[in-house]
Design a protein around this ligand. Structure first.
Ligand code: ADP
Ligand code: MG
Length: 494
């Protein structure tokens, strides 16, 4: 039996058995839907969730004689993404036909790019707990999506929805540089983050805007040649990618250790059984008979087109992280957390326009994230707006409320969306900072506990905390802790 534990050894990830340590090799082909109002070769809408077959032009349904017209905006999006991946932009590229038969592919071929993609080699930087690591990008090419076959509406029929037919996809192929499910998790998130910064793919995995074919092989530790890989098709969540790799790698190790070999094949991940199963083997592999699409001219891009896009490129996650570390004195961890989602960084920058940076980062990373995670909501839908969080933080900075009371106020803000100022006023939560008032309370506590005061004076200094606790109780947590501390010290010396 193959060991259950996957063991990490600095950069690598091994499956440990009685006989060997096995290394896992992974390469990803990510399909990312291009952000664009209209499709790659037609003017129909790409909007998600429309009634079936309402966003289909004659080109998308492959009526005879219809000619594709390239959507320049999609080209721009692919080039921007290539620049974001530090990749080579190919000024000459070619659209090919990839031929296969399926009911949801009315033309009988998909327009894709084969030998000459629009973007060549690039790389993505990952910040792993054990250091940073570069993952090579092999290529990025443009292609059309197919329609959707719906098998579960009727026991006897399959329905076809062509709304997706012709939607532009970028296929981003990594080198086989990934070594663990964690690295794959980090890679997909980083890629998604870059594309969201660029607004070239919305990265919405529930809606199918981002999905991946996951290639997995194993080899014994120390070996330099790669083993035979299997490709797990169309995985649409990061969690499933991690689970699929885990189970597929173990399956391969078990086969190899029992003296068998790996067939290169296409597999599917069964999300219920949490294992992969065979879909088709190499022998049955398609011959797609790729050839340049005679309806489309080779794509030529001007150098100036690329240069212009380069100039307009926004600040990307890695640059933003470095800037945050330097300018705001954040730790690399904090900076990474705040830049990984563009909406989080926007929220943070909005808060610190008017509030203290140190408090802002802590309140976002600790308190706000806890709530968003628990309620499973995105930061852009946060019940607490950046402005309102800034108001709360300013109430703390100015000494109007203590950190403890601030948490109470925050909870109410989450529930009601009401402003921090209003809550503090309505509930009378303002911190008690009048020294005379505090002195009164302290005197009350000391009079009531005269024996404990004697014990304190004879050396039982631990009782200090008890007195503080009593004062806070009487003031309903509102007494300014710093003042209580100071005044109590003086009173006890008397
Ligand atoms: P294909 O077009 O047949 O899918 P590619 O050469 O384009 O083949 O490779 C597809 C993906 O498989 C790439 O992401 C690559 O990194 C990955 N890959 C190639 N060899 C291996 C291997 N031995 N183990 C794991 N992944 C691999
Ligand atoms: Mg492939």
């Amino acid at each position: 039996m193959v060991g259950k534990l996957m063991q990490k050894d600095k950069f690598n990830y091994f499956i440990k058995t009685e006989k060997n340590n096995w290394e896992v090799i992974i390469g990803l082909e990510v399909h990312a839907q291009v952000v664009s109002e209209s499709k790659l070769f037609s003017g129909s809408s790409t909007k998600f969730g429309g009634k079936p077959n309402t966003q289909v032009s004659l080109v998308d349904s492959a009526f005879p004689g219809m000619l594709p017209v390239i959507n320049e905006y999609c080209i721009e999006q692919a080039v921007k993404t290539g620049l974001g991946l530090n990749a080579k932009i190919n000024l000459d590229s070619i659209f090919d036909r990839k031929n296969y038969f399926y009911a949801d592919l009315p033309a009988g071929y998909q327009i894709s790019q084969y030998k000459n993609p629009i973007v060549g080699e690039g790389e993505i930087n990952l910040d792993m707990p054990y250091g940073s690591k570069k993952i090579g990008i092999e290529r990025l090419h443009l292609e059309q999506d197919a329609g959707k076959s719906i098998h579960d509406l009727s026991p006897d029929n399959t329905y076809v929805d062509l709304n997706r037919s012709g939607v532009a996809l970028m296929e981003i192929v990594s080198k086989p540089d990934l070594r663990s499910p964690e690295e794959v998790n980090s890679y997909v998130k980083k890629l998604r983050s870059i594309m969201r910064y660029l607004n070239t793919c919305d990265g919405n995995m529930q809606e199918g805007s981002l999905r991946a074919d996951v290639n997995v092989s194993v080899r014994k530790k120390g070996e330099t040649k790669f083993g035979t890989r299997c490709e797990i098709k169309n995985v649409n969540s990061i969690k499933f990618m991690e689970m699929a790799i885990d189970s597929e790698a173990k399956r391969q190790v078990e086969l190899l250790e029992s003296g068998k070999s790996i067939d290169q094949e296409t597999r599917l991940f069964d999300t219920k059984k949490k294992e992969t199963r065979s879909m088709r083997s190499k022998e049955e592999a398609h011959d797609y008979r790729y050839f340049p699409d005679p309806d489309l001219l080779p794509l030529k891009i001007n150098k100036s087109f690329v240069e212009n896009l380069k100039k307009k490129l926004p600040e990307l996650p890695d640059q933003k992280r470095d800037r945050y570390i330097k300018k705001f004195n954040l730790s690399p961890y904090e900076a990474n957390v705040l830049v990984s989602e563009i909406d989080v960084s926007k929220f943070f920058e909005e808060v610190i326009k008017t509030a203290d940076i140190k408090l802002a980062k802590n309140w976002i990373i600790v308190e706000l994230f806890a709530v968003l995670n628990e309620k499973n909501i995105e930061i852009k839908d946060s019940p607490v707006t950046p402005k309102n969080l800034a108001i709360l933080i300013n109430q703390i900075s100015s000494g109007n409320i203590s950190g403890k009371i601030a948490k109470e106020v925050f909870d109410i803000m989450i529930k009601t969306g009401s402003s921090a100022d209003k809550i503090i006023e309505n509930k009378g939560l303002k911190q008690q900072s009048n020294p005379e008032e505090i002195k009164k309370i302290i005197k009350k506590v000391l009079d009531k506990n005269s024996e404990k005061v004697l014990e304190y004076k004879s050396g039982k200094v631990k009782l200090f905390g008890f007195f503080i606790g009593e004062v806070m109780k009487i003031s309903a947590g509102k007494a300014n802790p710093k003042l209580v501390n100071e005044i109590l010290k003086t009173e006890l010396k008397k």
